[in-house]
Ligand binder design. Sequence first.
Ligand code: ADP
Length: 450
Amino acid sequence: GKIRDKSKCNVENVVRPFIVKDEDYKKLMGVMLEQFENGLGKDTNSTAKVKMFPTYVRDVPDGSEEGDILALDLGGTNFRVLLISLNGQEVKMESKIYVIPQQIMLGSGTQLFDHIAECIYKFMKDHKLMDKKLPLGFTFSFPCKQIGLDKAILAQWTKGFKCEGVEGEDVVRLLHEAIQRRGDIDVECLAVINDTVGALMSCAHEDRNCAIGLILGTGTNACYIEKTENVGLWDGDNDEPHQVMINTEWGALGDDGCLDFIKTEYDRQVDKHSINPGRQVYEKMISGMYMGEIVRLVLEKLRKNNLIFQGQESEELKSRGRFYTKYVSEIESDEEDNFTNTKQIFKELGFEKVSDEDCRIAQHVCSLVSTRAAYLASAGIAVLLNKMGRPEVTVGVDGSLYRFHPHFHDLMVEKITHLVNPGIKFKLMLSNDGSGKGAAIVTAVANRMR
Ligand code: ADP
């Protein structure tokens, strides 16, 4: 009887693949550790999928960082230009969001960097900075092989960007060339950082135990502090401190098939229709760019099998990308048996009659998909905590998924506690404006040392 039940099309059977057993999370941790070590190894890095890029950022801030710094934040939903004034613990910040049109995101590199330079120009003009020479820090949150603090070769575009002629090139050089083409702004980029490093640095500014930076936004990624002796590809100095931040680029985990044992048919569909099929497998199971779409596919499957929405159809629910990840947060935020948000969302999607039972099912789907995401990210953090072996570590976290989802933080604390080695204490700390503040801190240090 039991075997037949498993093949029956009911809600529980449809969603079951999202429930990952604890032993599978532990197996995943073993796989991750192996892949992290491959990425760090001199002989294994070239074929490793998880690249573990050394960042040339060596230490957390000591609080003496100061000066006015311009920062750029490129790497997801919004492109921002920021002006940051650092003075010890005091940080002042002004910023403006500029739109990057889709045709530029998918256009040429020259167009992209000309657009960025124009945004810098506009920002400087609006903020009366045209007569100033300002150092610039660039938060560029795509996988880059850094060959210095101010040299970052783009390995590949992710998260919806695909500009021709940038992969394999130094993005600082491309930025400087665009600035020179204009000839009307006086800025020099002294540092490129990843948003993970930004989150780590900005949290470390308040808490010196911070040694991991985590992003849960459009994409997912993490960085951590590693001893240089463990970094096979380290070619920097061997001076104090004997450590360097490693940008793991863990979103690429699974690109060799090592996550196939937990992938679902929905993960495969999301991947198939993405602009980078076969790539960023772990990221696609976790981050904001994909979570809503996973939920949509499950809901559509339930609907087609008449398990939800009683035979109603919705063109919207059939449309790829139309079910936003913020809906997942909103649906899961509904109080028990009061389905205000959930009903509103499905009305917006074109369903006329939405029953309480429909809402309960939708909530269940959202909860399983977001819980899996939180647990998968937790497994990664537990691996890093165990690997570092420090007794007490703060994890600086940034990104809208972590910030706005009602349970992500608690789910992660629960799962990391369960997976981490005994004796290791950790805290998850929300990073505020890490991309701007982090870039400014790193740039201020670089500016002082030149
Ligand atoms: P980025 O990572 O691009 O710098 P964000 O941290 O704002 O920027 O992340 C954007 C992602 O967060 C989008 O994929 C979006 O779907 C998701 N997101 C936005 N609002 C929410 C929310 N309320 N709950 C969950 N996810 C959200």
